[in-house]
Design a protein. Sequence first.
Length: 214
Amino acid sequence: MDEYLGFVYEKRIERAIKSLKANRMDARYFESKEALLDELKIMVPKGSVIGCGGSVTLVETGLMKFIKSGEFHYIEREGKDLSTEEEKFARMREMYFADYYFMSSNAITEDGYLYNVDGRGNRVSPMIFGPKNVIIIAGSNKIVKNLEEAKERVKALAAPANAKRLKKDTGCIKTGVCCDCKSPDRICCVEVITGYQRFPDRIKVFFLKDSVGY
Ligand code: SF4
């Protein structure tokens, strides 16, 4: 990244970290994906039960390889051993008992809020309650000024891109923008705003300067 642009992104991250900490989330900055992985290797004990919400960020950062390394008990949401919807839902419910739950966030505001949308709610609900630790990985591209910009970011960018990636039959996969569809495939059925936390540092937000995911 260009050093001047990098400067702007670093300042954004600084503001977001300060506000997230004020909201009792553990927020940190990592120079590189390698530095992030090094920290996680120290932080997450071998044998931990790990779940994760589907995320391009986790793949792009190499986190999925780490999670699936065999050193942990990984709750495989889409496991080949699962043939029915009922079995898949049962596996998703196991996430609530994870030691660590990894995900990204659709947007993070400079004033300390996480903003997420979801279709079934299985990605966002373990963030709210259940797992002992929630680790959110985000590139600086996820930072916006406030909740208004967060909603705009999701409707104009993140949700259409995710709907396309997941091969959903929604209005946005044709136009690239949200039309507030009423499709059974809709991926924005719930909106979750995460602010001040009752349990300090349960949610940890780890930033990377580079753009990761969408
Ligand atoms: S509400 Fe429908 S059209 Fe709008 S972003 Fe979500 S899935 Fe796409």
